[in-house]
Design a protein around this ligand. Structure first.
Ligand SMILES: N[C@@H](CCC(=O)N[C@@H](CS)C(=O)NCC(=O)O)C(=O)O
Length: 208
């Protein structure tokens, strides 16, 4: 059976768990990272030299890290041709650019906001950095809001683009911050909750 190494509170692990639910992929998840540690032990470093989660491990010993690469790999091996990761080059490009955008643009300010406001004691918070991240993230979510004009999903039909943005979308709406009104973004968030039980189970819980 597929092994998923990583604590369920990690946004990058959440993406993988949600995809497994969408595609009915059986797996065993093992808690590592954060309070569970173990990611600096030799057996883990041999699979993932970054000491980060998630890492997946196949029965034949093959292992893979980088959550978005894991998503592509799981579709290719478990559901090749599934529209969740389109094969036509332009449709695939439309999905993959949001996957890269999530890692390159959205992740840094959302990481600062989430870690700053949940895992850092109030007295130790860098309020200036949090304010800058909030402004930056608001601009980025504004781009997604505009992209959603006349659409139910970020890129064509439901796809990996929705999955990689989902955990951060939930945090955006769950964090105690002053958000600009972005009606299409909020409607998409509500749609994901109503139509994707895997999103609710794995990505839209209490912030921890
Ligand atoms: N780009 C990597 C980032 C992985 C990453 O930074 N994971 C975080 C959790 S979201 C982590 O491992 N933090 C340390 C830990 O949990 O011990 C990916 O997408 O998989």
């Amino acid at each position: 059976m597929l092994k998923i190494w990583g604590r369920a509170s990690s946004s990058n692990v959440m993406k993988v768990l949600w995809l497994c639910e969408e595609l009915s992929i059986p797996y065993e998840r093992i808690d590592v990272g954060g309070e569970y540690g173990r990611t600096t032990e030799p057996f883990y470093l041999a699979m993932n030299p970054n000491s980060r989660v998630p890492t997946i491990e196949e029965e034949d010993g093959y292992s893979l890290w980088e959550s978005n690469s894991i998503l592509r790999y799981l579709v290719a091996t478990r559901a090749p041709g599934d529209p969740i990761h389109p094969t036509a080059p332009k449709a695939r490009g439309d999905v993959e650019r949001w996957m890269d955008w999530q890692l390159a643009f959205l992740n840094p300010p959302m990481g600062t906001l989430f870690l700053g406001l949940t895992r850092t004691p109030e007295a130790q918070r860098n309020q200036a950095a949090i304010a800058r991240a909030l402004e930056e993230a608001a601009g980025l979510w504004g781009i997604v809001d505009k992209q959603l004009e006349g659409k139910r999903h970020v890129a064509g039909g439901f796809s990996l683009a929705d999955i990689v943005l989902g955990p951060y979308l939930h945090r955006w709406f769950a964090l105690p911050i002053a958000r600009p009104e972005l009606a299409r973004l909020e409607a998409w968030y509500e749609r994901l909750k109503a139509e994707h039980p895997g999103f609710v189970t794995h990505c839209a819980g209490e912030l921890a």
